[in-house]
Design a protein around this ligand. Structure first.
Ligand code: V47
Ligand code: SF4
Length: 374
């Protein structure tokens, strides 16, 4: 019986695209050159059909979400990424916020009795918040609620913490793991390629440094995510370079759970003159990532940044995870101009959103163990 992908192959006249579709059907990894062909030539229906084939081969209709909240310890930051709408430079720290350990524990306690499975800790890089401070925070969260998975700290925060504590990456990561840190979020990756990184995020951890931190975490048995900030001044070649470095590391460690493309939002930052990508380009980005990153189990659309309707749309373009309930606990995207100014969704809303597009909602924990089918 002829399937949708056979029909796609039959009706594609461009020989390069036809060969790529055949490879995807046969489960053969595509090369960087072929990925560039996709970016340059594949229209949305073509890229989407291939990505959907991969997505359904891996997950069928299953679409994951989790029940989580964020803690953002501070928006004061020693770094000065040009795309960041959120941070207040350390020099102007009185304009920002800083939470004490007790205030953060109060946030955790406000979820007592609620079926939340994950706390995601991420924020600016405040020099006062050092290793000892975060070890105490993690230990106290863990002691109060041992069942809560602590996913925390971008490689940017970790790199700064470890250097300040004069610890190697391995020593630092081991100390945080011993305190109760269970996995790393994917932030801080931006674009690894030096030509772009030096323009948009000149003073923080390098691409190599980011990858080394994640590799070290993986070698200690921890899992992590990876992001890519796209749709600004980078070219397709830089996106491919970024994804290749992730694919190579994943071949070595198998420690990444999820790839999360993050659409650049242009409000209230030093790159406000750079136009945002179109929704067609966003969906092509998801689709091509799903096709290229054949060793990443999951592809996430982060709805607080993309908006809930676009996140719903992405479920037809390779995405199988839409993050979590969030509970209005993050400011990063509302400050950057997202439509979602107070991001929160109840479990019922997430379930409805997924069911409306005929996918099957599944609540997961951070490591993608299935908790509830709806
Ligand atoms: O690294 C900052 C991004 C990231 C803007 O691992 C911006 O599950 C767009 O990584 N436009 C931090 N993006 C958030 C993050 C994340 C979020 C959700 C889930 C996970 C996960 C990780 O936010 C930063 C940066 O790439 N960001 N400013 C902006 N103007
Ligand atoms: Fe600081 Fe992160 Fe903003 Fe860069 S993106 S300025 S590291 S908070």
């Amino acid at each position: 019986m002829s399937t949708a992908i056979d029909t796609l192959i039959d009706f594609t006249t461009d020989i390069e695209l036809k060969n790529i579709a055949q490879k995807v059907k046969d489960g053969i990894r595509i090369t960087d050159e072929e990925c560039l062909v996709l970016f340059n030539k594949a229209d949305l229906p073509f890229a989407g059909a291939l990505a959907n084939f991969v997505r359904e081969k891996l997950h069928g209709n299953k679409t994951y979400f989790n029940r989580n909240f964020h803690i953002e310890p501070t928006n004061v930051c020693v770094f000065s990424c040009k795309f960041c709408s959120y941070s207040r430079l350390y020099a102007h720290k009185e304009e920002g916020w800083e939470l004490s350990i007790d205030q953060m524990l109060d946030i955790v306690k406000s979820y007592d009795g609620k079926p939340i499975t994950e706390v995601h800790i991420v924020g600016g890089v405040h020099p006062k918040m050092n290793m000892a401070y975060f070890i105490e925070l993690i230990q106290k969260i863990h002691a109060h609620r041992p069942d809560l998975h602590v996913k925390g700290f971008t490689a940017v925060e970790l790199d700064y913490m470890f250097r300040k504590a004069k610890l190697s990456v391995e020593e630092g990561m081991k100390a945080l793991k011993d305190a109760g840190l269970q996995s790393l979020p994917g932030g801080g990756a931006e674009i690894f390629h030096e030509d772009i990184r030096k323009e948009i995020a000149a003073d923080k951890v390098t691409g190599e440094g980011w990858l080394h931190i994640h590799e070290t975490a993986h070698n200690l048995g921890m899992h992590s995510n990876a992001t890519m900030l796209y749709g600004h001044i980078e070219k397709y070649e830089h996106r491919i370079d970024h994804m290749r470095k992730l694919r190579d590391l994943q071949d070595k460690t198998k420690g990444f759970n999820t790839f999360i493309p993050l659409k650049f939002r242009n409000s209230n930052n030093d790159m406000s003159h750079v136009p945002e990508s179109t929704i067609t380009e966003d969906m092509r980005m998801y689709a091509i990532a799903r096709i290229y990153l054949d060793n990443f189990p999951h592809l996430k659309a982060y709805w607080p940044m993309l908006g809930r309707q676009n996140a719903q749309l992405s479920l037809s373009f390779g995405v199988n995870d839409i993050d979590g309930t969030i509970d209005d606990s993050t400011k990063i995207y509302s400050m950057a101009g997202s439509e979602e100014q107070t991001p929160t969704m109840s479990t019922e809303e997430l379930v409805t959103l997924i069911k409306q597009v005929k996918r099957t909602p599944i609540e997961r924990d951070t490591l993608y163990n299935e908790i509830n089918h709806f």
